[in-house]
Design a protein around this ligand. Structure first.
Ligand SMILES: NCc1[nH]cc(CCC(=O)O)c1CC(=O)O
Length: 309
């Protein structure tokens, strides 16, 4: 049997696809997995201002089209880039084990966030409103600048533009064997991670029952429950990937889902934080989102959408 995985061509995407390929081939000696690289709209406009307002699914549409037409059988995504809605005929079949969910600080001159906190004229790069908001909550006098592109490009821009550092996902740096660049890992309480950060997701055709049967071993039940709660919250807030929303869920020792979330204004001046514990990830995410919307998140998000249209 041959299975084709569709993937973006960035080093990180390829690592993730290779990782799933190795898992499948390690499990079945009679299955051959091949990778097909696909260029997405998001890849083409990476450095344009358009990418900033990109909208939902900039990195997945072309891949989904190839799934529908049968060119590929599986799409491997970073969970945090997967839209909350799927086209007819496709589904998010598996959420795999979650790696490191944290954000990481890469420092240009070996200084920690605490050391930089007293300095004037600090410039930090990020490509996420979530990270920007959470940096400004603590360090309101810092200058936050936009860096886009894949992990390697962002590191290069940091040097070229003389920034003091950038924030990246720990999981991405670890997968690219760039862990040595991390100055510090930021506690998820201080910087709440992006929805699904660190987990991988497999999208397949809903009707492909044979493949589903074969791949069910990749499903990680605890991660799935946690990420489903985070995604229910995001969906209820109608947030794409470019919103200042963070959510991170863990399992309690008695098997419940503990969801913590924050919504912050882009300038870091207003923030709504809530947490809750429950058994049903969907209900938990939806209820917490509604509670937060009523507690000020609705106003924050409306302002973000107005400014970024
Ligand atoms: N938005 C890009 C992206 N998508 C997934 C990761 C990292 C890996 C992950 O979170 O699973 C990154 C890089 C980053 O945010 O620094």
């Amino acid at each position: 049997m041959k299975i084709t995985i569709g993937t973006r061509a960035s080093k990180l995407a390829l690592w993730q696809a290779e990782h799933i390929k190795a898992e499948i081939e390690g499990r079945y000696s009679d299955v051959e997995v091949v990778l097909k690289k696909i260029v997405t709209k998001g890849d083409k406009i990476l450095d344009s201002p358009l990418a900033k307002v990109g909208g939902k699914g900039l990195f997945v549409k072309e891949i989904e089209n190839e799934l529908i037409s049968g060119e590929i059988d599986i799409a491997v995504h970073s969970m945090k880039d997967v839209p909350t809605e799927f086209p007819d005929g496709l589904e998010l079949f598996a959420i795999t084990y979650r790696g490191d969910p944290r954000d990481a600080f890469v420092s240009a001159h070996g200084k920690s966030l605490a050391e930089l906190s007293h300095k004037e004229d600090v410039t930090i790069g990020t490509s996420s409103l979530r990270r920007q908001a959470q940096l400004l909550i603590r360090y309101s006098h810092w200058n936050i600048v936009w860096v886009r592109g894949n992990v390697q490009t962002r590191l290069k821009r940091m040097e070229e533009r003389g920034m003091d550092g950038i924030i990246l996902a720990a999981a991405g740096l670890q997968r690219l064997e760039l862990e040595h660049l991390v100055q510090e890992y930021i506690d998820p309480e201080v910087m709440v991670p992006a929805i699904g950060q660190g987990a991988l997701g497999l999208e397949i055709r809903s009707a492909d029952n044979e493949l589903k049967e074969k791949l069910k071993f990749l499903i990680h039940p605890e991660t799935t429950q946690c990420v489903l709660a985070e995604r229910a919250l995001l969906r209820t807030m109608e947030g794409g990937c470019q919103v200042p929303i963070g959510a991170y869920a863990t399992m309690t020792s008695d098997g419940q889902v503990h969801l913590k979330a924050m919504v912050g204004s882009v300038d870091g001046k207003t923030v709504v934080r809530r947490e809750s514990i429950g058994n049903d990830p969907e209900v938990l995410g939806i209820d917490l989102a509604n509670e937060m919307l009523d507690a000020g998140a609705r106003a924050i998000l409306q302002e973000v959408y107005q400014d970024h249209q």
